[in-house]
Design a protein around this ligand. Structure first.
Ligand code: IMP
Ligand code: MG
Length: 187
């Protein structure tokens, strides 16, 4: 049956498609294979903690490609307003799982300054977890201000604002199936 789902046309605020849906899917396959291998021998399920809202699509796609036992959980943080970092992280919603004694994999949409992941890694390590690792779909190395150790990276991108596949600009463009670069916005 032919799909009737139309891919939204690029709008005036989007400059170009940076990573298309097929490329994201193939990279997610590779990452899932690496994770399946790395956690093949752990005791108990791996706790996946998706950082809302930006990583919800990546989390959903990645977890369906995992063959190891896992539990999906989420955490909600906020550090941004528009495209300017406010520099401080607010915990809006904690995980439901008790992370003590568990292997945890944090799933983030993008590493920008590193503020969010730096906060989360410290926070999770203080909960007596067995291990805390990180996977980010996108990494913007030029923007790092905190030295965050990443275990898995989907794609390295230049310092541009990107939207789609979970990422937004003031809630806009979050559900595009691809990752697109935005023209610089004057808020
Ligand atoms: P950090 O704390 O500065 O590393 O920022 C991480 C968060 O900022 C990400 O989880 C995103 O929610 C948001 N962010 C950073 N860069 C972008 C972008 O290019 N597009 C959409 N969201 C972004
Ligand atoms: Mg985020």
């Amino acid at each position: 049956m032919e799909s009737s789902l139309a891919i939204p046309a690029l709008t005036k605020d989007l400059a170009r498609v940076l990573i298309d849906a097929d490329t994201i899917s193939r990279r997610t396959d590779e990452l899932a294979r690496e994770i399946n291998k790395a956690y093949a021998n752990i005791k108990g399920p791996l706790i996946l903690v998706g950082v809302l809202k930006g990583s919800f699509i990546f989390t959903a796609d990645l977890c369906r490609k995992l063959t190891i036992p896992h539990i999906v959980d989420f955490i909600a943080l906020s550090s941004y307003s528009g495209s300017n970092s406010t520099g401080n992280v607010r915990l809006l919603m904690d995980t439901r799982e008790n992370l003590e004694g568990k292997h945890v994999l944090i799933i983030e949409d993008i590493l920008d300054s590193g503020t969010t992941l730096d906060y989360l890694i410290r926070n999770f390590k203080s909960r007596k977890t067995l291990s805390v690792k990180t996977i980010v779909l996108l990494d913007k190395p030029e923007r790092h201000t905190f030295p965050v150790e990443l275990d898995y990276i989907g794609f390295t991108i230049p310092d541009v604002w990107v939207v789609g596949y979970g990422l937004d600009y003031n809630e806009k463009h979050r559900t595009l199936p691809y990752i697109a670069e935005m023209y610089p916005q004057t808020e």
